[in-house]
Ligand binder design. Sequence first.
Ligand SMILES: [Zn+2]
Length: 383
Amino acid sequence: MNRTYNAQVDNGLFVLAYYLNKSYKDLTMDDLKSSVDLFADKMYSSVSEDGKPAKTNWYSLSTQSHNNSFLNQYTRTRDKIYNQLKDLIDGIGQDKVCMCCGERLVNIKYENDAINAFLAGAPSTKNFFNKSNNLQTIDICNKCLYLSYISFLNTQKLGYAFLYLSDSDEFMEYITEELQLNWKTLDITLKQSDMDRHFIETMSEFISYEDIFDDMTYIDLIYFQNGKTNYYEEDTVPKEKIRFLLRLKKRGLINEFYNLKLFKPYLKDKFLMYYLVDRNKLEMKCGEKLYRELEEHSMTKKEIELIKYTTEKLLERDSAENILKDLKLCNKKSEFERFIKDRSKDVLVYDSLEDFIELTEGFYKYKSVLEANLLIKKNKGGC
Ligand SMILES: [Zn+2]
C-alpha cells in the first residue's frame, strides 16, 4: 500500500503495519480485509474496561474524534465495532478513483451516515449545509475510510484530538510504536497550549539536534475534531526548526522559551525578537543567552552587524535610558526615520545610505532589536 499524506489515512496505515508487523509498503488488500477482528478487539479495549469506560486517552477522545455511538457508548459491544469495520470493508468498490489514495476503489452506491466520523472534514448528511448535494459524489474509498477509523489508535488528546504526520516513514513508525506501547499511560489532561513541552519532550526522547532522521523534512502537528462539531488546524514544523528547538533544550534554554510562549509564534514564522522586550516596563523578558541564540537564528550576520553598529554609535552620544525613552515613541516607520535622522546630527548612526534604508524599511524588526540591545547594555551597567 502507499502513503496518501492525509493525516488520518496515513496514521491508520502505520497502525495497520504495526499490528501486522509488516512495512506499510508490503501491506495488501487481503491484509486489510483480514484485520477486522483484530481492530474490533483493539478499539473496543481502548474505550472499554470490564464494561465500564476505560480511563484512557482514547475513551476521553471518543466523543471528539471518530465520533460514533459504537465508540463512545462503552456499553455497546465489541460486535458493533466489528460490524462497522466489516461494513466498511464489504463496501469497497471499483466504480471510481479515490481522491485520497488514487486507487479505483470507490463504491458509488455505498451509504453510511457516519462518514464524517471516519474522516475529519468529510461532509456527511449531518454536517453538510446543503443536504440536496449528492454526497455520494465525494470520491473517497472505503479502504481510506477504514484506515481513518483505525487511526483512532494513533490519536492523542491535546485539548483537541491530535495526530502527528511526517514525511519520514521512520518517524511515523517510531511514534506509532510509542503510542501503541504506552496507550494506557498517555496524559489525558494536556491542552493545546501544552504542545510545546509535549512535542519537544517527545522528540528529544529519540533524536538529538545533531541527529535527526535523514528521510525527514517536516512534522505536521494536526489538531482536529470530527464529533458533533468539526475543526481542523495544522502547524508544520520543518526539520530546521526541530533542530533549533532541540539545541535550545540541550543548552538549558528551553524552559525560558516555554515560559515566553514562543512556540506558536515560532511555528508561524513571527519575528521572535519582538516578543522578548517588555515595552511598558522597558525590561528584557529573557536572559542574554537565549536572546543571542534567537538573534543568531532569526537574523543574518549582516543584519546583526548593522544593528550592532547603530547601537554603538547611538551610545557614543547618549545614555541607553534616554535613547530607549525616545525609541518608545516611535510607533511608525516615519517616526523611526526621524529618530535615526535626529540622532545622526553630529555623528551618523549608520554606516551608509544603504544601511539607513535597510534600517528604516525594516523598522518593525530593527526597532525591537535595537531596544533589546540597549536594554542588555543598560542591564550590564555599560552606560
Ligand atoms: Zn482511497
